[in-house]
Design a protein around this ligand. Structure first.
Ligand SMILES: [Zn+2]
Ligand SMILES: [Zn+2]
Length: 303
């Protein structure tokens, strides 16, 4: 796996003077390198590894990103660990960084400041204490993307070209960064924090993140429709146009079994379609995965 770092460091600058189309090193960035990293990830459905030597032409700082699809489906948005090469190939960073394209589009000239602020905020949440990780990275490139990646860096580990890590080190560093990635996700305080029967906060957050992931819920709704499975309420019936295609997806996998690397998506069987009231109520059950019990309660109190 060390070749993921070594080959670009040794060959990228040479290859860059060759044609981009059909170049084998460029192709490795898109296929072989990501596949090698995928091998060390337990949950291959949830995580997606994407590498890029540039689009249409060589980029100055090629990269390979590991995306948690619960956070983002694309490297243009969100945050994720990424191997980022310096343009002069004097080294490579394993960086917990942010998708810059989306921020540039939304904030234009303020984008760099926004990325820096967010990075600071993320760092505060991580609270990693004293390590050999760095807050500032230097990609030795003046391209717009490189400058924004520098601003977006949350934390990074630097590997100098004359001191690359061996397989085991790189593997363990990547796993460490995936762990930071998870911690960041679960320290996200945008979710309400009502205590729910002593599950770990982490697990509740993962549950909510799964439910609030629009890609997942879109697919679930497509399969299951828009009528509450517990009380048969349909928002369209009650609110007309306003309620059209509104419903919530509830993840039925017991929260206590959720954890790192354990999440699998089964759109058909793992979710219930519920109205907002029933969704709140199922979360008050001792076992929020017990849809049958909620149905019974609704039936029993039906007037
Ligand atoms: Zn309902
Ligand atoms: Zn739920």
């Amino acid at each position: 796996m060390q070749n993921i770092l070594q080959e670009p460091i040794e060959d990228y600058l040479n290859e860059k003077s060759n044609n981009f189309g059909g170049n084998s090193l460029a192709d490795k960035f898109r296929n072989q390198f990501p596949q090698q990293i995928e091998k060390i990830i337990i949950d291959k459905i949830r995580f997606k590894v994407i590498g890029s030597p540039g689009k249409g032409n060589w980029t100055e700082c090629p990269w390979i990103a590991i995306l948690d699809t619960l956070i983002t489906e694309t490297p243009q948005k969100g945050y994720y660990p990424v191997l980022l090469f310096r343009s002069d190939m004097t080294g490579v960073y394993l960086s917990l960084n942010q998708g810059v394209t989306d921020v540039i589009e939304n904030y234009k000239r303020e984008a760099k400041s926004v990325l820096k602020l967010r990075a600071e905020d993320f760092r505060a949440k991580l609270d990693i204490g004293k390590t050999n990780l760095v807050e500032k990275i230097q990609l030795h490139s003046s391209t717009k993307n490189a400058k924004h990646y520098e601003a977006g860096n949350i934390i990074a580990k630097f590997y100098s070209s004359d001191n690359l890590p061996n397989n085991e080190e790189l593997r363990s560093d990547i796993l460490k960064f995936l762990n930071y990635y998870e911690n960041l996700t679960y320290s996200d305080t945008s979710f309400s924090e009502e205590p729910e029967y002593g599950f770990e906060k982490k697990q509740i957050r993962l549950h909510k993140r799964i439910e609030r992931n629009s890609n997942i819920s879109k697919k679930v709704k497509k399969i299951k429709g828009y009528q509450c499975e517990a009380c048969s309420m349909n928002f369209r019936d009650k609110y007309g146009e306003l309620g059209d295609k509104y419903i919530e997806a509830h993840h039925l996998i017991p929260i206590s079994t959720l954890g790192i690397g354990k999440f699998r998506v089964d759109y058909k069987n793992d979710f219930a379609i519920l109205c907002s009231n029933c969704h709140s109520m199922i979360h008050r059950l001792k076992d929020p995965s017990d849809l049958e019990q909620l149905k019974k309660i609704v039936l029993k109190n039906f007037t």
